[in-house]
Design a protein around this ligand. Structure first.
Ligand code: NAD
Length: 281
């Protein structure tokens, strides 16, 4: 049976460290981080994410400004708001909750956010900085995975790391972060041949495919560390990941559950980026 990597506990540790850091910032009279959160429309899942982000800010002591815009908001109106927030000295981080309605060009919105306030780490400048090891914001979910590994005592340097998925928000930055930690990284995707054979070489397997329970024990080397980034709601209302947990945990040495694994880390790392925003550049 695998050791469970407890993302809820680790994310709480990080939030508590950040809370102490913000108390220090306040007591020294330094600039307090402030996150501006923009939501366009009222997609119920986005509303839950936005509310959780605001709650996390409150817990840590970060300021937050909330902008709930109606679905019909034009692209220009949203761009103008981002410009205003880019120029607002009080605001240190800007987050536009994705997805935005279809009449708005998501890439244009991401590019309009000042890279110095890009706490989601999605701006091409942040992605480029990550690639060449310059200072910049790290994409939150992959950065959370690295913290889960490190804080569970999993050595990355020299290990065979296989990432399944090459999306811009998970797979690609995940691979670069593992490389930065001196892992030997292989990226798999929908066109990979012999996926099972490649996965079975992994000491650390990070799964971000977006297919419920696709990865079972037959993809996993005995004793491998398995990180499941996927989140899906099943017909019975319960959540599951991209990994078939019951099967995989018999083969793995460490494994993340869903829920309670990678999920809670994303907000914790967003908060870390918010705190770093005051001192990164
Ligand atoms: P995506 O759909 O953008 O990318 C999926 C990737 O998987 C693609 O690169 C594709 O090439 C690859 N893929 C698809 N089918 C494959 C197959 N049969 N074999 C090999 N590779 C295959 O998804 P994403 O945005 O990267 O998200 C992946 C999963 O992670 C989803 O379940 C998503 O809900 C979840 N997610 C969770 C968090 C979190 O905070 N925990 C954050 C982001 C995404």
């Amino acid at each position: 049976m695998a050791n469970i990597i407890d993302g809820k506990k680790i994310s709480q540790e990080i939030k508590d460290e950040l809370k102490a850091e913000v108390e220090g910032i306040k007591s020294r009279g330094e600039k307090v981080p402030c996150l501006a959160v923009i939501q366009v429309g009222n997609d119920p899942a986005s509303t839950v994410y936005v509310s959780n982000k605001k709650k996390a800010c409150e817990y840590i002591g970060i300021g937050s400004k909330s902008f709930e815009l109606k679905e019909e908001t034009t692209q220009d109106e949203l761009l103008n708001l981002i410009d205003d927030l880019n120029n607002d000295d009080e605001v240190t981080g800007i987050l536009v909750q994705l997805p935005v309605p279809k009449h708005i060009d998501e890439d244009l919105i991401i590019r309009r956010i000042d890279p110095k306030k890009d706490v989601d780490g999605f701006h091409p400048m942040s992605v480029g900085a990550l690639l060449i090891g310059e200072k910049g914001f790290l994409s939150c979910t992959p950065a959370g995975v690295i913290q889960l590994l490190k804080r569970s005592g999993v050595e990355i340097a020299g290990k065979d790391c296989v990432v399944i998925g090459r999306s811009n928000i998970v797979g690609k930055p995940m691979s670069v972060l593992l490389l930065r930690e001196n892992g030997t990284v292989t990226i798999c995707h929908s066109k990979t041949k012999d996926l099972k054979e490649v996965c079975k070489r992994a000491d650390i397997l990070v799964v971000a495919i977006g297919k419920p329970k696709m990865i079972d024990a037959s993809y996993i080397k005995e004793g491998a560390v398995v990180i499941d980034v996927g989140i899906h709601r099943m017909e019975n209302g319960k959540l599951c990941g991209d990994v078939d947990y019951e099967s995989a945990e018999k083969q793995a040495s460490f494994i993340t559950p869903v829920p309670g694994g990678v999920g809670p880390m994303t907000i914790a790392m967003l908060m870390k980026n918010c705190v770093e925003a005051t001192k990164l550049f």
